[in-house]
Design a protein around this ligand. Structure first.
Ligand code: AMP
Length: 398
C-alpha cells in the first residue's frame, strides 16, 4: 500500500470510497453534514496535486434498486459548497456506460460523484465483477470510509484486489482513525482506562473481553452496570437487567481479577420511579435500589470515583454513555465523565471516544475538540476494539 499524504496524484484518476451516508429530511435536505465534511481534506489533497476524484458511497438502506429518497444527487449542492465552489459532476449509475464516460471525460482537478452503490445488490454481497466494474473507473483506489470498514462489501474491500500494492491506500480520515485506534489498542501508555457504558451487556461482552488483555482499569456505567450489580448479589429494583447475562458478568469479573484488571462499578445511582423525563428521582447505593425504582444515571459518588480513575490514566477509551443522557434529568453523569476525560486530555493523556452514543454525547456537550480523537466509525470502531480484523483495512494492507 502507499501512504496517501506522500502520493502524488497528478494526472491520476482516484476512485475514492467515502462514507456520505448522511441523514436527509423529507425535502431531501441534509440535516447533518459531518460525514461529508470529514472527507473534504482527502478530496482537496487529490485536487491540489492535479488529480481527479471519483467519489462512491452508499446512502441509507435501499431495498429495491434506485429510489429517489436514497439518491446521492441530493448531496451535490452541499458537496460543491464544502469544496469551495468546485463543480461536481454526477453519474446516475455507479457502473456501466454512463459512469465510464463520465470518468473518462473528467478533467484534472475534476470531481465526479457516482450514484448510490447500494442501488446494486452486488455491493453488499461483495460481488467480484461489480467490484471490478468500479475499479475500472480509476487508476488509484483510496478508501476513506472507516464507518464501513467492518463490511466486506465490493467497494470497501473486494475492489482493492484489482489494484497493485502501490495504487491502493487509506484516505486521510481513515488513516487518522486507524492510527488513533492502534495507539489505544497496541501502543497504550499505562494506566489505560476503558470506560464502557450504554444499555446492554450483550453488545459489549466482546469488547470487554478483548480489553481485559490490554487495559489496567475498566469503568462500567450505564444500564449495563446493573446486570453486573445483580450478578454480584446486589438489589437493583427494576433497573435494566439481562437475566441471561448474569453468568457472563460473573465470568468477566472473575477474569478481570485473575488478570489484575480493576473493574469499577458505580457505587451509587440516580434512581427514578419510571423511565420518563418527569419521573420522581432519588439517590441510592447501586446495589440497594428499592423495589419499583430504576437506576437511570450514575450518582455523585460514582462520578467522583470514576473521575479519579480517569484523571490518573494516560490512555482513555470511551464507549457508551453513563446514563439516559437523552433526558436532561439523567445526563449529569455522562457530562461529568466527559469533563474528566477533557481534563485528563488537557494534562497530556490520550483519549479516544468511539461508538455512536458517547460520540453523540461528547458533541452535544461541546467536548469534541477537548478530547484527542472522536471516531466517526461507530460499528467499525467497536469491532476493531473487539479485536476483529476489519476487511476494509485488511484489503489495503495485504
Ligand atoms: P448503547 O447503544 O449500547 O451504547 O446504549 C446507549 C443507550 O443506553 C442510550 O440510549 C442510553 O439512554 C441508554 N442507557 C444508558 N444508561 C441507561 C440506564 N441506566 N438505563 C437504561 N438505559 C440506559
Amino acid at each position: 500500500m502507499s501512504k496517501f499524504a506522500d502520493y502524488n496524484f497528478a494526472g491520476q484518476k482516484a476512485i475514492v470510497r467515502v462514507d456520505f451516508n448522511v441523514p436527509l429530511n423529507d425535502k431531501y435536505e441534509i440535516t447533518d453534514d459531518n460525514r461529508i465534511r470529514a472527507a473534504i481534506p482527502t478530496i482537496k489533497k487529490i485536487i491540489s496535486d492535479g488529480g481527479s476524484v471519483i467519489l462512491m458511497s452508499h446512502l441509507g438502506r435501499p431495498k429495491d434498486g434506485p429510489t429517489e429518497k436514497y439518491s446521492l444527487k441530493h448531496l451535490i449542492g452541499r458537496l460543491q459548497e464544502l469544496l469551495g465552489g468546485v463543480t461536481v459532476s454526477f453519474a446516475g449509475d455507479c457502473i456501466g456506460k454512463e459512469a465510464e464516460e463520465a470518468a473518462k471525460k473528467l478533467p484534472p482537478r475534476g470531481v465526479l460523484l457516482l450514484e448510490n452503490l447500494r442501488f446494486h445488490k452486488e455491493e453488499e454481497k461483495g460481488n467480484e465483477p461489480f467490484a471490478e466494474a468500479l475499479a475500472k473507473l480509476g487508476d488509484v483506489y483510496v478508501n476513506d470510509a472507516f464507518g464501513t470498514a467492518h463490511r466486506a462489501h465490493a467497494s470497501t474491500a473486494i475492489i482493492a484486489k484489482f489494484f497493485p500494492a502501490g495504487k491502493k491506500m487509506f484516505g486521510l480520515l481513515m488513516e487518522a482513525e486507524i492510527v488513533s485506534a492502534e495507539k489505544v489498542l497496541h501502543h497504550s501508555e499505562k494506566p489505560f482506562v476503558a470506560i464502557i457504558g450504554g444499555a446492554k451487556v450483550s453488545d459489549k461482552i466482546l469488547i470487554i473481553e478483548n480489553l481485559l488483555e490490554r487495559a489496567t482499569d475498566i469503568i462500567i456505567g450505564g444500564g449495563m452496570a446493573y446486570t453486573f450489580m445483580k450478578a454480584a448479589g446486589g438489589k437493583i429494583g427494576k433497573s435494566l437487567c439481562e437475566e441471561d447475562r448474569l453468568d457472563t458478568a460473573t465470568e468477566l469479573i472473575k477474569k478481570a481479577a485473575a488478570k489484575g484488571v480493576r473493574i469499577h462499578l458505580p457505587s451509587d445511582s440516580l434512581i427514578a420511579d419510571k423511565f420518563a423525563a418527569d419521573a420522581d428521582t432519588s439517590m441510592s447505593p447501586s446495589n440497594h435500589i428499592p423495589d419499583g425504582w430504576m437506576g437511570l444515571d450514575i450518582g455523585p459518588n460514582a462520578c467522583e470515583q470514576f473521575s479519579n480513575v480517569i484523571m490518573h490514566s494516560k490512555t482513555i477509551l470511551w464507549n457508551g454513555p453513563m446514563g439516559v443522557f437523552e433526558m436532561e434529568k439523567f445526563q449529569h453523569g455522562t457530562r461529568i465523565i466527559a469533563t474528566a476525560v477533557a481534563k485528563a486530555t488537557q494534562k497530556g493523556s490520550f483519549s479516544l471516544v468511539g461508538g455512536g452514543d458517547s460520540v453523540a454525547a461528547v458533541n452535544q456537550f461541546g467536548f469534541a475538540d477537548k478530547v484527542s480523537y472522536v471516531s466517526t466509525g461507530g460499528g467499525a470502531m467497536l469491532e476493531y476494539f473487539e479485536g476483529k480484523v476489519l476487511p476494509g483495512i485488511a484489503a489495503i494492507k495485504s
